[in-house]
Design a protein around this ligand. Structure first.
Ligand code: PAF
Length: 282
């Protein structure tokens, strides 16, 4: 595996491959890699000639400074892990390398059709501006044929699809199913920050989503959201930030089942200090 920390080295390396019309698969990450990330790398490697993974804890997408400060940074361990899967290139730039000039980034020219202002967009102000900024920059550097994102961050995936469509970028976005722990908890780099007790109780999130899915026909949308909120909040380790039912494509919230033929249930839950998100198709 080749490891690069500068844009120049990486683009020089990729240039030859691009000229040879090789398919470049790209898996952008913030590190603290887990099996969910590795499954994206395996998928990329099965569909492309070369797979590039980036590790960059992007400061511009953190709305909470303590979340940024405490985000796990495990580059050495991540590098070793990537060597065990079919990753060809690791790009691990510094903040100065990614953002050489002070610039105010705005994506005002992209119409996200409201996707950016609900759920994560509403509760994490500025988060998606930072995500779009870094992903656009990474796409400009790597110029991937295909890019892979997990469905745990379902809204992020929808935002990136919209950005690509709106800016007409020559990359195919591939969404990949959520990878879960043995007890159903969606894999996330933040899980590593949970205490043993918190980790145990966090399993209730997915268990509740599953029961909600089974009960769709029996309740109204409002009743279902209320039930999920109550079940999760009854557990003393958990505190719900939002429970939302939305259309899978527009991500706009629905109040009646018949408003959408493809619905998803989304939750954001604090487990102690750690904020986790999950979603399930209904
Ligand atoms: O999903 C993530 O890990 C990040 O939001 C991403 C896409 C790597 C951008 O920093």
């Amino acid at each position: 595996m080749q490891v690069f920390s500068t844009v120049r080295e990486l683009t020089e390396f990729l240039d030859t491959l691009m000229k040879a019309e090789k398919r470049i698969g790209f898996v952008p990450t913030m590190g603290a890699l887990h099996s969910g990330h590795l499954s994206l790398i395996e998928k990329s490697s099965s569909e492309n000639d070369i797979t590039v993974c980036s590790i960059f804890v992007n400061p511009t997408q953190f709305n909470n400074p303590s979340d940024l400060a405490n985000y796990p940074r495990t580059l050495e361990r991540d590098t070793t892990l990537l060597q065990t899967v079919a990753c060809d290139v690791l790009f691990a730039p510094s903040v100065a390398e990614m953002y050489p000039k002070d610039e105010v980034f705005s994506f005002q020219n992209i119409d996200f059709k409201g996707i950016d202002s609900v759920m994560e967009g509403k509760y994490r102000k500025g988060h998606f501006t930072g995500v779009v900024q870094v992903v656009k920059r990474l796409f400009d550097i790597v110029i991937p044929t295909n890019a892979y994102f997990g469905e745990k961050d379902y809204q992020q995936l929808a935002i990136i699809r919209r950005m690509v469509q709106s800016l007409n970028l020559p990359v195919k976005i591939i969404g990949c199913a959520i990878v879960r722990e043995f007890d159903g908890l969606a894999m996330s780099s933040r899980n590593a920050r949970l205490s043993e007790k918190e980790r145990e109780n966090a399993a209730l999130i997915y268990k509740t989503l599953l029961v909600a899915k089974q009960n769709v026909q029996k309740t109204t949308v409002e009743e279902l959201k209320k039930w999920v909120t109550e079940v999760l909040n009854t557990n003393t380790f958990l505190r719900v930030e939002y429970v939302e039912v939305a259309d899978s494509a527009t991500l706009l919230s629905i109040d009646e089942w018949q408003q959408s033929s493809s619905r998803r249930l989304f939750v954001a839950v604090f487990v102690g200090e750690i904020r986790l998100i999950d979603n399930i198709v209904l």
